[in-house]
Structures are given as structure tokens and as C-alpha cells.
Ligand binder design. Sequence first.
Ligand SMILES: Nc1ncnc2c1ncn2[C@@H]1O[C@H](COP(=O)(O)OP(=O)(O)OP(=O)(O)O)[C@@H](O)[C@H]1O
Length: 323
Amino acid sequence: MSDSAPSPDPSAGEPMIETRGLTKKYGELFAIREININLCRGDVFGFIGPNGAGKTTTMRILATLLTPTWGEAYVGGHSIYTKPKEIRRTIGYMPDFFGVYDDMKVIEYLEFFAAAYRIDGDARRKKCDEVLGLVDLEFKREALATSLSRGMTQRLGLARVLLHDPEVLLLDEPASGLDPRARIEMRNLLKRLRGLGKTIMVSSHILPELADICNKVGIIERGELVYNDTVESLLSLLRKQLVIRVRVAESQDQAAESLRMLPVVDKVETVGDELHATLQEGSRDPSDLSAKLVGEGYRVQLLAEKEIDLETAFMTLTKGITA
Ligand SMILES: Nc1ncnc2c1ncn2[C@@H]1O[C@H](COP(=O)(O)OP(=O)(O)OP(=O)(O)O)[C@@H](O)[C@H]1O
């Protein structure tokens, strides 16, 4: 164990979160097991996993609220073991559930926490207004905090953890329980925070929700990181086999047979009124398919690349572990 993180890789950015072999056991249960995560300044890390996978445990350890059974963790270069105070100044931690106080207006709620951060006088009022603006809640300034919708409450929670201008944000399922519109608002808000250069670890049990705002993604299952890389690598892994959606005006079954005869085609499935032809690994050109069908006299109504279904991809990546 050492006070500061080891020398960074000079090709990477400034390390902001590092864990090595991070493990937490409850009796015989591994809540998390040998977790290795490396995030640099400005990284937005989507931490994906189903309920009970270990996301909260990891975040609580990084927030210095929980001690690991073994392993190392550094936040902003500070060790969780020896520099917890420095870490608390560096982070904004938003837990998955938090309460707001009865009979307190939104602005009073923020001022209360700003005071706890020792932000005083004019600076306090200014800071509270600034974070309210950031989360689009100025119009609820004088409303009772308990009267806010779930989405607004989540935004207020985020405003609260932004008061001391933390460099690192640990956000535990900020979009959970939100309706679709509030989810989109939360996503836009995270993009705004990314734009401010914050290093963000944000958890969710839904991969597509985070894929377009994150540059890195970790998938955790039963305490183990089963995937940990860039979103780009994840997408290219999933794109290894291109799937082409095909619809013809004539008999689907016969068209499917014709497509199966092509060397470039690995398999063909019928999905509703479409055929989904999976190309052989590495093949990216669907022109053989249209040539074959047109050559055989089919009228091709649709021939398009199938969008990557991240939900299915997530299930595929974690297959066997969840079973
Ligand atoms: N205090 C505790 N005592 C015993 N087991 C615990 C404790 N806290 C967590 N666990 C167990 O550790 C595992 C990981 O839990 P954790 O809360 O980290 O998962 P999670 O991915 O955050 O799930 P969720 O999305 O439901 O919050 C679970 O099996 C959980 O039951």
C-alpha cells in the first residue's frame, strides 16, 4: 500500500481513478472481485451491470465510505487508505438513493450543503445559482424539495454534488426510475458535465443508455468485470459480424435459401417480414446479396445494415454468467 498512485503511463492522460485487485467480501460472498479500472481525466466510464452486480460496492469504496477486503484504489492520485479526506474533496458522489428534507426549499437545500462545504456569503448564493442553472432547475428555486418529480430530484442531487466543483463524479444509477423524457434530460446533463472536463463514473443496468455519452465501458456481473475497454472497441467487437436486413416482395423462404448458398453469408434468420443475413466474420460488403436476389428475379424492397442492438449485445457478452 502506498500514499500515491504509481507512475502513470506517459501515453495516457492524467490518472484520476485507479483500482487494482479491488475486492470486497461479505462472508463467503464476493460483492466485487479483483476489479481493475483505470480512468484518466475527462474519461466518462459507463459502469454497467444488473442489480446486485457490485456497482454500488465499487463506488462506495471509491467514495471512501466502505473499506475493501483487499486491493488498491486511488482517486485523483490519493489512496483510499491514507488520504480519504483528500478524496472526499476531489469527488462528488451521488448515491442511488438519497433523501431530501421536508419543509426545505430547493435553494435552501443547496445552501445547506454549500454551508457544509464552507462556501460562505455571496459566493454561496452565486454557487447555488450556478449549479441550479447547470441542472436546469432555476424555475424550481423556491419550490419545496419534496415536491419535485423524480427526475428533478435526481437533478437536484446532482446539483448538490457539484457545489464544491469536484473533479471526479461518482454517479450511482442517476437515471434509474426516470421516465423516458427525464432520462434524456439526465443524459444531456451528463454530456454537459463531460464538456466541463469532469471525470465521470456513472452506473446503469442498461448499456444503450450510456453508450453514446461514455468513452469507456465496464460490464460487471456477479462482482467480476467481464468487459472493460473503450466504447469504440466494444462497438467494433459487436460489429465483427455484420447483419443485413433484407425484404423481398416474393417468397421469403426461397429467398432465404438463395442467400444461404452465398459464401459470404454465415446464416439467415426470418424475423417478421424480414430476413436477417449474418455475414461471415470480416465481410462488410452486402453487394453479393443484392446481386444474387436481383439476378434470380426478386424485387428487393429493403437491404440495409442492421443497427447494433446494445441490449442484445449486453446479454451476449454476459451470457453464461447470468444464467
Ligand atoms: N452490507 C452487505 N452485506 C452483505 N451483502 C452485501 C452488502 N452490501 C452488498 N451486498 C451484496 O453484494 C453484492 C453487490 O451489491 P451492490 O449493491 O454493490 O450491487 P449493485 O450492482 O450496485 O446493485 P444495484 O443496482 O441493485 O444497486 C450483492 O450480492 C449484494 O447483495
